[in-house]
Design a protein around this ligand. Structure first.
Ligand code: DX5
Ligand code: ZN
Length: 219
């Protein structure tokens, strides 16, 4: 059975112009896409820094894009209010750090925001399973998080299938998102396993023909 959802491409502005992130949003809007993926890094959970709630808030006015906020933080629970207030429509949090994951998911929901969990490539699927009833989305990393432009991890493909199976068996309706190294070649591998939401940084912003990329990847 195919995924219950239509495929969504969520370009990551990590690969956009950091001197003018608004222009990166405009490129996404010009391509008639509806989501933007915002990668938030703390320099602890991942060995890189990106941008914070102040930047997200500054980007919010003047854009109707759905803000898909991916928190790569050791202490994401401390920043939920800041990102909801900044305009996040959805917040995803990693299961690997030591903090109250379930309470944080509930808090995101109570704030009126969509929520979900994220698993690193080497994190077993079982680590996410207990949280599924609370999730609007499950994000599976197909690279080690921290940097754009890395190679897709093919060994994550069975995990995508596992979460798709659980979705059916448990009659849940979460989206299944993949993030990292998703391009013309790897996107179909992910959708074949049940992924319906594709983060694309490098492959979108560096595409010679964005319309062709979208057409091919989302069809
Ligand atoms: C990695 C980020 C990704 C990244 C994807 O830490 O979570 O969203 O920007 O970039 P590409 O598509 O270039 O692999
Ligand atoms: Zn991401």
């Amino acid at each position: 059975m195919p995924s219950p959802h239509q495929t969504i491409i969520a370009p990551s502005i990590l690969a956009g112009d950091h001197g003018n992130l608004r222009s990166s949003l405009q490129i996404i809007e010009g391509a008639k896409l509806e989501w933007v993926h915002l990668d938030i890094m703390d320099g602890h959970f991942v060995p890189n820094l990106s941008f914070g709630p102040q930047s997200v808030k500054a980007l919010r006015p003047g854009s109707d894009l759905f803000f898909d906020v991916h928190l790569m933080l050791d202490n994401p629970h401390r920043y939920i209010d800041a990102f909801v207030d900044a305009g996040a429509a959805q917040i995803t949090i990693h299961v690997e750090p030591d903090y109250p994951v379930e309470a944080t998911l509930r808090h995101i929901k109570e704030k009126g925001c969509r929520c979900g969990i994220v698993l690193n490539p080497d994190t077993p699927a079982d680590a996410g399973e207990p949280f599924l009833p609370l999730c609007d989305i499950v994000l599976l990393m197909t690279v080690q998080p921290g940097f754009g432009g890395q190679s897709f991890r093919h060994d994550v493909l069975p995990k995508i299938k596992q979460f798709d199976q659980w979705r059916k068996e448990l009659t849940l309706n979460y989206r299944l998102e993949v993030d990292g190294g998703v391009d013309l070649e790897t996107a179909p591998l992910c959708t074949a396993q049940g992924a319906d939401t594709l983060v694309a940084g490098t492959a979108f912003f560096k595409a010679e023909d964005q319309a062709a990329f979208i057409e091919t990847v989302a069809s």
